[in-house]
Ligand binder design. Structure first.
Ligand code: C2E
Ligand code: CA
Ligand code: CA
Length: 689
């Protein structure tokens, strides 16, 4: 909660307070300094007045002297005494006209000869500096005091200079200027000031620190309260998930991003079956507990970037972000169904509460957030209609397709372990079309209800569901087992899926183990891969391929020419053979460009020391073309369809298999239209990645 950003903000808000505190401290210091100065001046004035009053009253015949009558010896003696008294280190006497009658410095110290009696001291004019103060005191009778600080050796560091009028019956007779040494007093006051200043500083600092602490605590509490308010405004209080308003905002944002070309998303609507019963039978507290548990499971099931919300009651929703394909949504939907279907423990009792999920896809089912929410709800209604915990898309066709796929995966898993899969082998002939070189193993699945299912359909599903690893291993083991019964001249080709390379070295081990278990020499095995395998994690895949060739097996590039950059991959790995795709064979002799391409592929491959196979040879004309173009190996229905191991026709094959019927003349054949092909899997082909 105390984010560095928040703390930075707090410090920023604290700054004016700190500056204010500092200013107050400085102002207090200055005020105290001023107070000390005023105090000193008051003291100085008081001392000067006191002295002047004492001088006026104690010097005999002062009035006469001020009136120009000169100083009597008694007056001078008293003045001399006064000169040595206390803090006064100098004084001057002026007459009413401002003439200087006497400067104490000119007086003789006691014991020395005094200036001649009744001789007035020479009257000198006051200097300009003192002029104004002197005139003022003579005019108004009000004393004038100035505090001075000096660095001159003949003066004390701090002294006050005061003009005090000598008055009789309200008449100003003259003035006394007194210099009072204030050094000791200033030191005393300074020391006291420093002490007080220190105490005040400490007190203010302590007060400031307390204030800052108090303020900080209050600010933190306010911030926490604010955050809590914000959280409460955005989240559902009971479950901590987003509330409806925030969910809609998140949907709007996702929609805006998707509209600008960003990732797609899906809305999943979730409902807990029989929630009302839980509330009615176990009470609302138990109902709340269940809702919290559901929210927790939902959050654990989705990824970090997905959002979970409770829209009300037992109605939850998920925004699935970054959706590229409907399968991702159905997978999450199913995961949610599975996770929420696990038993709960509510109010100390085990409880089963299934949940259904409906989903709407951005771009597919709608693009407005309201529309998507609405359609996800409709999908949910359909899912709930099945009366069991399930997942549904809004689009019924998509739903059916995916349901169908899920069913196939389920059945395929069963088929794999129940031995419902088997292999067919399709012959590969040398260029002459008569010499059998080997067979390609092709997997077959005869579904008990659906009948034969094309590998084009189930191999991609096996790849998606992860079944391909077990399936591929089974094909490899079984094919090696069969091939080991063939004459040593015949090779075996096995198709590998990119998914089988995910575990890298493990595949090398599996291949070795299958060969060893069957007793088949490695050089008789060819592994067919597609270029898409090389498009991805090239370095790791190339390494695995090298390890495989090191064991003696050969690597073949299948479906050559159908990818995006077939040629680019030829130099990446030393293939033993490339298989020109059926699509080229079909157009041979019809489109001169195709002939040109095939000829170029053959020439390129041969120059790289790579053999060339041509797939899908269905007519003698195609075969002749391929022979002319220099293909090394031919494969297709013309030469032999994929058949079970028991029906293979080669030297040493089981008795019931007759000798291969090889085409001798073009008239022997009538090309089969694809629709009449006996097996559905012979027509389409899966993308093997
Ligand atoms: P593929 O590897 O290109 O296999 C050749 C496909 O062409 C086979 O289809 C075969 O029956 C068909 N075919 C052969 N000659 C002709 C012909 O003259 N005309 C026509 N129209 N088709 C012909 P199939 O058996 O349906 O296999 C389809 C694809 O399924 C294969 O293409 C391969 O990609 C994949 N597949 C099959 N078995 C396996 C397997 O055991 N493992 C893996 N990973 N993939 C497999
Ligand atoms: Ca193949
Ligand atoms: Ca192929």
């Amino acid at each position: 909660m105390n984010s560095p950003k928040g703390m930075g903000k707090g410090a920023l808000r604290l700054a004016p307070w700190l500056a204010g505190g500092l200013l107050a401290l400085v102002a207090t210091g200055l005020a105290m300094r001023h107070a000390a100065r005023v105090q000193l001046e008051a003291d100085a004035q008081h001392a000067a007045l006191h002295w002047a009053a004492f001088a006026r009253d104690s010097v005999p015949d002062l009035d006469r002297a001020l009136a120009g009558g000169g100083f009597t010896p008694e007056a001078l003696a008293q003045l001399n005494r006064l000169r040595q008294a206390g803090e006064v280190f100098r004084f001057k006497l002026f007459d009413a006209a401002g003439r200087n009658l006497l400067v104490s410095d000119d007086l003789q110290p006691a014991g020395q000869a005094a200036p001649p009696a009744s001789t007035p001291a020479p009257a000198t004019a006051p200097n300009a500096h003192d002029d104004a103060s002197l005139r003022e005191v003579l005019r108004s009778g009000r004393p004038q005091v100035a505090l001075r600080r000096e660095t001159r050796a003949d003066r004390p560091p701090v002294y006050s200079e005061a003009y005090v009028a000598v008055q009789r019956a309200g008449r100003v007779l003259g003035a006394v200027e007194v210099y009072v040494d204030q050094t000791a007093r200033a030191q005393r006051i300074d020391a006291a000031f420093r002490k007080v200043a220190l105490a005040v500083t400490l007190a203010l600092t302590a007060l400031g620190a307390f204030g800052a602490w108090h303020w900080g605590r209050r600010a933190r509490r306010e911030r926490e309260a604010e955050e809590r308010m914000r959280y409460l405004a955005q989240h559902d209080v009971l479950t901590g998930t987003l509330n409806r308003a925030r969910f809609r905002e998140a949907l709007e944002r996702a929609e805006a991003r998707a509209r600008e070309g960003g990732a797609g998303f899906a809305v999943l609507s979730i409902d807990i079956h029989g929630f009302k019963d839980v509330n009615d039978t176990l009470g609302h507290a138990a109902g709340d507990e269940l809702l919290r548990a559901v929210a927790l499971r939902l959050r654990d099931t989705v990824r970090e970037l997905d959002l979970v919300a409770r829209l009300g009651g037992d109605e939850f929703a998920v925004l699935q972000a970054g959706v590229a394909a409907p399968e991702e949504v159905s997978r999450l939907g199913q995961r949610i169904v599975d996770a929420l279907g696990l038993p709960y423990e509510i109010a100390g009792q085990p409880l089963h509460a299934a949940a259904s999920v409906g989903a709407a896809l951005y771009g597919h089912d709608g693009s407005g957030h309201d529309e998507l929410l609405h359609k996800a709800d409709q999908a949910l209604r359909r899912a709930k209609a099945s009366r069991r915990a399930s997942f549904s898309f809004y689009d019924a066709v998509l739903d059916e397709k995916l349901q169908g796929r899920r069913a196939i995966v389920r059945d395929l898993r069963h088929a794999l372990y129940a031995g419902e899969l088997h292999l067919h082998f399709q012959p590969l002939y040398e260029r002459d079309g008569a010499t059998l070189g080997g067979y390609e193993a092709l997997v077959r699945w005869h579904h008990p209800q659906r009948g034969p299912v094309s590998p084009a359909e189930f191999i991609p599903l096996a790849e998606e569901s992860g079944l391909i690893e077990d399936l591929g291993t089974w094909v490899l083991a079984r094919a090696c087992e069969v091939a080991a019964t063939w004459p040593p001249s015949l090779s075996l080709s096995v198709n590998l899926s990119a998914a089988q390379f995910r575990r890298g070295d493990e595949l090398v081990g599996v291949v070795g183990a299958c060969l060893e278990a069957a007793g088949l020499p490695a050089h008789r095995l060819e592994l067919e891969i597609t270029e898409s395998l090389l498009m991805g994690n090239t370095e790791a895949v190339v390494q695995t391929l090298h390890r495989l060739t090191a064991t003696g097996v050969r690597i073949v590039m299948d479906d050559f020419g159908t990818g995006y950059s077939s040629l680019a991959y030829l130099w990446r790995f030393p293939f033993d053979k490339v298989k020109i795709d059926r699509a080229f064979t079909q157009h041979l002799g019809q489109d001169p460009k195709v002939d040109l391409i095939v000829r170029s592929i053959v020439s390129l491959a041969h120059s790289l020391n790579i053999r060339v196979n041509a797939e899908g040879v269905e007519t003698p004309a195609q075969m002749r073309c391929l022979q002319d173009h220099g293909c090394d190996e031919l494969q297709g229905f013309l030469l032999g369809r994929p058949s079970p191991a028991a029906q293979l026709r080669h030297e040493g094959a089981p008795e019931e298999a007759s000798a291969p019927r090889l085409p001798r003349a073009a008239t022997d054949f009538a090309p089969l239209p694809p629709s009449t092909l006996p097996t559905p899997w012979a027509v389409t082909k899966p993308q093997r990645v």
